[in-house]
Every structure is written in C-alpha cells, then in structure tokens.
Design a protein around this ligand. Structure first.
Ligand code: ADP
Ligand code: MG
Length: 525
C-alpha cells in the first residue's frame, strides 16, 4: 500500500482519528469497494450509509483487519498502518460489533467474552469488569446467563461489552438496529451518545435514513462501492440522502384511505400451528380479517413466526383445521397452494432464488411455471396440455416488466441475470398480473434498492385500491408506514390486535413487536 494524503480537520486543525484514502477491494474482477476516501474525527458518530450490496461491510472488514485491501491506505492517528488482523485492530483501539453475532449458545456471557479476549484474564475478574461496563454504558447483562436464553438485543449487548473491554477509540457497528425493536434501538443510541461524550468515535452502518439523521454527526454514502456523498445528515432531507444512496429520485408512495366496509376476503380464526422443526416458531391462535381495499401490514423482528404464518396462509404447509383460514368465504386451511390460487389468492414468498424463480430459466418460462392449470390454459394452444403459446407468455412477461419497470439485459433473459431488486419487481408483478383478490407477501423489498422498493410498495397499494385484500409481512417500519391501512405485530408466534395505521406510531408498534421482549427488564445486578 502506498502512503495517502491525510487531511487535517478544517474546523479543529486536528488530525482525524482514522483516515482512509483510495481504499479498494476486489473479489475476482468485481470491485466491492472502489477508491474509498473516508475521514473519521474524534468523538463523532459517523454514519456509513448505503443500500444492500453497496460495500459497507467489505469496507469495515478492511478497517478491522478481516479483509486485506487490494489498494489504498489506512492511516490511524496520522500514521499509515496495514491492519493485518483483528487482534491488531483491537490493539490500535478499534472495536467491532458484527452484523451476525459470533457467540456460543451453550456458554455463559462471561465465557463468551473470555474466549474473544487477546489477553488471559480470570473469569471472575472478567465478570466483574463486564458487569461494571454494562452498568456504566446502560447495557444490562448477567455475566452468568447462558447465551441460549438471551434475546437478540441482549446478545448484541454482549458484543458491545466485549468490544468496550478493549477500551476502543473507535467502535464500528454493522447494521446494529436491523435486529432490534425501536425501544431496544433507543437504548442502544443512549449507549452511543455516552461513548461519544467520552470522546470516542463511532462508525455506524445503516440503511435507515431516519436513525442516521437522528444520531449521526456526519455521513459517508456508498453506492456500488464508491463514495457518492459526504454530508451532515441533519442538513439533508430523506429524499436527498436517498438520492445519494440510489442515484435517482425515489418516488414517495401514494397511499389510500381504506374503505372500512370492504367485503372480508381473508379471514383467519384461532390459527395454531405446532413447530415443524426445533428452530420453527409455533403459531399461537392467530386471528385476523382482511377486507377488500385494505393493506394489513404485519410487523415483527425476524424469527417471530413470520415464515410460519406465510407458509400457513399460502398453503405451502396446509394446517389441521380447514376453518382456520378462509379465502373469500371458502375454508382453505387444508388446501395446498394451487387450490388457494384457484380461489383467487396470490403469494410472494420471502426467499427469491430457488423458491419464487428458477435462475437458469427465462422470465417467460418462469412466468409459465408459476401459473396453475387454469391460468395456463390461456397460454396453451387449443386449451389442451401440449403446445405452449410462447408468444402470449412472452407478451405477458413483457407487460409485467413494463408495469414494474424491470431493468433487464435482453427481451426475455434468464431470471438469474437480473439484479435482486429487478427480479423481485418481476416476481411481485407476476402475482399482481393475475389480479388476485387476496395477496400475501413476505418481506417484499428485503435487499431491494430504494427505487425498486418504492415501485413494489406502490404496486401493492394500487392493488388494494383496485379492491383486493393485501397482507404485507415486513420487518421494515418505514415500509409498514408507507403501505399499511392497518397494522398488527407478530411476536413469539402470537399476533397482536389489528390497529388502524393512523392510530399507530413507531413507539406503539415497538411495544407490540416486543411482545414479552418489550417488557424485558434488565436482569443485571
Ligand atoms: P453491504 O454491507 O453494503 O450490504 P457488502 O460489503 O456485504 O455490502 O457487499 C458488497 C458487494 O460485494 C456485494 O455485491 C457482495 O455480493 C460482494 N461480496 C461481499 N463479500 C464477498 C466475497 N467474499 N466474495 C465475493 N463477493 C463478495
Ligand atoms: Mg453489510
């Protein structure tokens, strides 16, 4: 690596804590990070903003010595340094809280922390230190608790305490709030403000504009591995930040005022499902009604029964009681997915490749495959199984691509050649094209860029406007507020009461999402 030019902070004349120049990372010929410049000052909370796949995690892995840069320089307190490995990063004073936790479930909190430390220290001394830190920083933790018994929020606190034990000057958090309820996130923000007040710096990765504007002093925006903006997020609008992230104007979703008197299209009554695997969440007496013209959004932290609920509603796994699920009055609980589609329902599962689309097949082939026998008739010559009328299928694929603004390389390319966001637009469009009277979608915009997400959300709202009943299962509160006419939350397999969207705010949803977790009190000393 060659030496870079380190800029002094213009307002303080001080050297930045960390200064990165021209940092790049190649995976094969793919540039995940492309000539990144970044300065982090002392005592600032610095946001690293960007869509999924922008290169945020790759960048911080280089800063923490997990990945070796392909080019560029890193300077720490004015000295060029090659961060060879995480132990060296920690020695310099860099701590990291990962996106995916690396904890051993069978061990206690203190044992987990001990395992990660570079120097040897007795468990009892460690427990004492960890308990002190957890009190000082508002991170309640019981050192003797087993990790298996802890909530996601508590697990994250272990990671933070573990990083703080090294007394870092800079602490990096990779998408810390994606696994938290709003209340847990607020608690985390208090901790970050405390760190900042002590003069430590925080590099905070997120794609959530609202929280970045709330807590960060500066922001660096990445798109396709390049820096597209550096700003004070408080001086920006959500639209201007989104433009830097996406590179284009993002349209706001035009909402509907729901007709409260629409006919009931989907009715779920006391739906209980026992877990199919040790990792599945049982559904516990879930009830809801969804009317024509309504978008019911179901909020929740991942793993609280969302996929089990989707599987039950779609018929991916039929349930015991036929009456527990009614689609347009028909008891469908025991029916499979195709029978439910015949009754006018449509479903978009969460997982894309392998589930909703065959990557090696063209869009039109995928479209044909997704159609049930009665839909397919329209595409078969003479209405008999035999010749597929390719022209008609391709025409439909084209119509869907146009409706959803699917960006693709040719007229009818392989599904696998589309970017995640564009494939998702096609899959949602494919369901919408059938004009289902009931549509259930699970995490419709996960991993999708903001432009595509806005298109998908608008399409869901428009479908409801045209008289369908729509259920959106989502972890993304911004999405929920954009599309919902009514809102419920799922927590530990139980569904809350359904509330009109107008009566809800983030705090209220957070309490519903938390279920028991939301009432979780510190079991620290
Ligand atoms: P972000 O954290 O902003 O969502 P990442 O840094 O994880 O993005 O990924 C940036 C890009 O680099 C993505 O397209 C991802 O698929 C790719 N990428 C990340 N890690 C690897 C790897 N080990 N090998 C190949 N490609 C990778
Ligand atoms: Mg990432």
């Amino acid at each position: 690596m060659q030496g870079g030019h380190v800029a002094y902070d213009q307002s303080t004349g001080e050297l930045p804590l960390l200064s990165v120049r021209g940092l790049s990372k190649l995976f094969g010929s793919f540039k995940a990070c492309d000539g990144i410049d970044l300065d982090i000052g002392h005592g600032e909370i610095h946001a690293l903003l960007g869509e999924n796949g922008a290169g945020k995690s790759t960048l911080v892995k280089m800063l923490f010595g997990i990945l070796a840069p392909s080019a560029g320089s890193i300077s720490w307190q004015g000295t060029d340094t090659a961060v060879a490995n995480p132990a060296e990063a920690r020695r310099l004073g860099i701590g990291m809280v990962f996106q995916h936790f690396s904890l051993f479930e069978a061990l206690t909190v203190a044992e987990n922390i001990a395992l990660s430390l570079d120097e040897k220290i007795s468990i009892s001394e460690l427990s004492k230190k960890a308990a002190e830190l957890s009190i000082a920083y508002g991170l309640p933790l019981d050192p003797d608790a087993h990790v298996a018994d802890l909530s996601v929020g508590e697990r994250q606190r272990i990671e933070i305490v573990r990083a703080l034990l090294q007394n870092p000057r800079l602490i990096i958090l990779d998408e810390p709030t994606s696994v938290l309820t709003p209340q847990e996130a607020d608690r985390l923000f208090e901790t970050l403000f405390k760190l900042k007040a002590e003069g430590r710096s925080v590099l905070y990765i997120s794609h959530r504009l609202e929280e970045v504007q709330r807590i960060c002093d500066r922001a660096t925006v990445l798109r396709h591995g390049k820096v597209t903006g550096a700003c004070d997020p408080r001086q920006e609008t959500p639209a201007s930040l989104a433009r830097m992230m996406v590179g284009a104007e993002v349209a706001g979703v035009e909402k509907i005022e729901p007709a409260a008197d629409g006919a009931i299209q989907l009715e779920v009554t006391a739906l209980s499902v026992s877990p199919r695997s040790p990792f599945a969440m049982p559904l516990k007496s879930v009830s809801m009604t969804v009317r024509a013209g309504e978008v019911l959004a179901i909020a929740g932290v991942a793993g609280n029964g969302q996929s089990e609920l989707f599987d039950a509603l779609s018929g991916e796994y039929p349930v015991e009681s036929a009456d527990a699920i009614r689609i347009r009055g028909h008891a469908v609980g025991r029916l499979g997915i195709n029978a439910r589609r015949l009754l006018g329902a449509g479903f978009v599962p969460e997982e894309r490749h392998g589930h909703a689309a065959v990557p090696a097949m063209s869009l039109s082939e995928n479209l044909f495959l997704s159609r049930n026998a009665s839909d397919r008739k329209a595409y078969l010559a003479g209405g008999k199984l035999g010749l597929i009328r390719h022209g008609l299928v391709q025409q439909a694929a084209r119509r869907i691509s146009e409706m959803m603004d699917v960006r693709k390389s040719g007229d009818d390319p392989a599904a696998g050649s589309l970017s995640g966001g564009n494939l998702q637009k096609f899959i949602v469009g494919r369901e919408l094209d059938r004009q289902p009277s009931v549509l259930v979608v699970n995490q419709p915009t996960w991993g999708v860029d903001a432009g595509a997400a806005s298109r998908i959300r608008q399409a869901l709202v428009d479908l409801a406007k045209s008289g369908s009943a729509v259920v959106v299962i989502s972890q993304d509160l911004d999405e929920i507020f954009e599309v919902a006419s009514s809102i419920a939350a799922i927590s530990e397999g139980k569904l809350s009461a359904v509330h009109p969207a107008g009566s809800m705010n983030r705090e209220k949803i957070g309490i519903l999402m938390g279920g028991m977790h939301g009432l979780e009190t510190a079991h620290a000393h």
